[in-house]
Design a binder for this molecule. Structure first.
Ligand code: ZN
Length: 427
């Protein structure tokens, strides 16, 4: 791996610090030096990339990723894709994420038992390109809840999107099976979801004894529990049982917010609000009109989610971006739209939104001391971006503006190194 010296770049380091002009030296897979002035830093023998004023920032982390969601409009259409095609699909999506600037992704459930594990292992072995990846289990659920797609006349588990369990012992067995396969996290569907009318968002499904059994097994293996938790009661249940990653958290009350704040050094919230917005305003081509979406409860949930997330943000709870891309209404690749939503609807500054994808990304990847910042000694996961993301976050979802992507010191998307080329600087 040749050393690389980025010169003439605006360094956006992933904290809330103002960007500065400077240069950055990468040696091997680490950031070796960060020069915060236009004075040259020495990088003898390194390949020099003249950024021409482009922004150099940390690679982004998507905190709620489903490689195996196949841009379909129903859970059944995701689940019924045959396994062989499904593996190829996941590999294609992993490459797409990396090239779009997501150098880390947190798996938030997969559609067949080993898809996430196999893709993570293939990435780590260098067989396929993809982000650093934490592999999830399938969704574990209970009969009648989100993820139970079995039909009365076809009671076969293979037809179900999630794994159905009843009672602590079945939970234990399901969790142990996923741990045997090598997952990094176990996903529990604690609340319902308006996507499945028989189990809407504010309903609660799992018994404490079932969650406790799951988390006992998770702790024995030193892994992590994650939860689909839209209702206030489900968020509290997740917090009571030591679940670290809470997906959605749309509904909260004062007690929930107090508990989240008390756990804010441990817990991450990845709300994935784009799916709520898309169902309300963009799902008509797939048969869900605005009026239908309102009737399904999406406006109610949107209104509550905005208030809940604003309150969490004020209380210093770490809210991360990403979530539930891979449906027809939220296709893979538009993930960075969440950052714009955080600014527009939740009152984040653009720098705070970027911190969700960078510094907090390193933290949720469990590498807070070496991932997610442009900082000496950190892993060289870097993006070279045409323009100023702080002035226009939409740049981050435009492939043409992502000039280069480096993961672990190697190019995932190499820059064009033409002497005459000067990258645009307009926001
Ligand atoms: Zn999800």
């Amino acid at each position: 791996m040749a050393d690389v010296l980025f010169t003439n770049v605006r360094i956006l380091d992933g904290t809330l610090a103002h960007p500065v002009a400077g240069s950055v030296l990468v040696q091997g897979n680490r950031i070796r030096a960060v020069g915060r002035s236009t004075a040259p830093i020495s990088g003898t023998g390194a390949t020099v990339i003249d950024g021409a004023g482009a922004t150099l920032m940390p690679g982004m982390c998507e905190a709620h990723t489903h490689f195996s969601w196949n841009d379909a409009a129903t859970l059944a259409a995701i689940q019924t894709l045959p396994l062989e095609e499904h593996v190829l699909w996941c590999a294609k999506v992993a490459k797409k994420y990396l090239e779009a600037g997501y150098t880390s992704c947190v798996g938030a459930a997969c559609a067949k038992p080993r898809l996430d594990v196999v893709i993570r292992n293939a990435i780590n072995a260098g067989q396929i390109p993809g982000p650093r990846y934490l592999a999830a289990s399938q969704e574990i659920t209970v009969l009648g809840a989100l993820g139970d797609e079995t039909l009365p006349h076809l009671p076969f588990p293979e037809f179900s999107f999630g794994v159905n369990v009843t009672g602590a012992e079945e939970m234990r067995k399901a969790v142990r099976l996923f741990l045997k396969y090598g997952v990094d996290s176990i996903k529990l569907n604690l609340s319902g979801d308006n996507f499945t009318p028989q189990s809407p968002s504010e309903t609660n499904w799992m018994l404490d004894e079932e969650v406790a059994a799951a988390m006992t097994e998770v702790r024995i293996r030193g892994k992590r529990g994650t939860a689909h938790a839209r209702s206030a009661a489900s968020v509290k249940q997740a917090l009571r049982h030591g679940i670290d990653v809470i997906y959605h958290a749309s509904y909260t009350d004062e007690e929930t917010l107090d508990m989240l704040e008390a756990a804010r050094d441990r817990v991450f919230v990845a709300p994935g609000i784009a799916i709520l917005y898309a169902m309300l305003h963009e799902a008509e081509p797939w048969g869900v009109t605005h009026a239908q979406a309102v009737a399904m409860g999406y406006q109610h949930e949107w209104d509550h989610a905005i208030e809940s997330l604003k309150a969490m943000h004020k209380r210093g709870v770490r809210i991360l971006f990403g979530g539930d891309y891979g449906f027809a209404f939220t296709p893979h690749g538009q993930n960075a739209r969440d950052l714009e939503f955080f600014v527009k609807y939740l009152g984040f500054t653009p720098a705070e939104a970027i911190r969700c994808a960078t510094q907090y990304g390193g933290q949720i990847m469990m590498k807070s001391n070496e991932l997610g910042l442009v900082k000496e000694g950190f892993l060289a996961d870097l993006l070279l971006v045409d323009g100023d993301p702080l002035a226009n976050l939409a740049i981050l979802r435009d492939p043409k503006r992502i000039l280069a992507v480096m993961k672990d010191g190697a190019w995932a998307k190499a820059p064009e190194i033409a002497a005459e080329r000067v990258w645009g600087r307009a926001a």
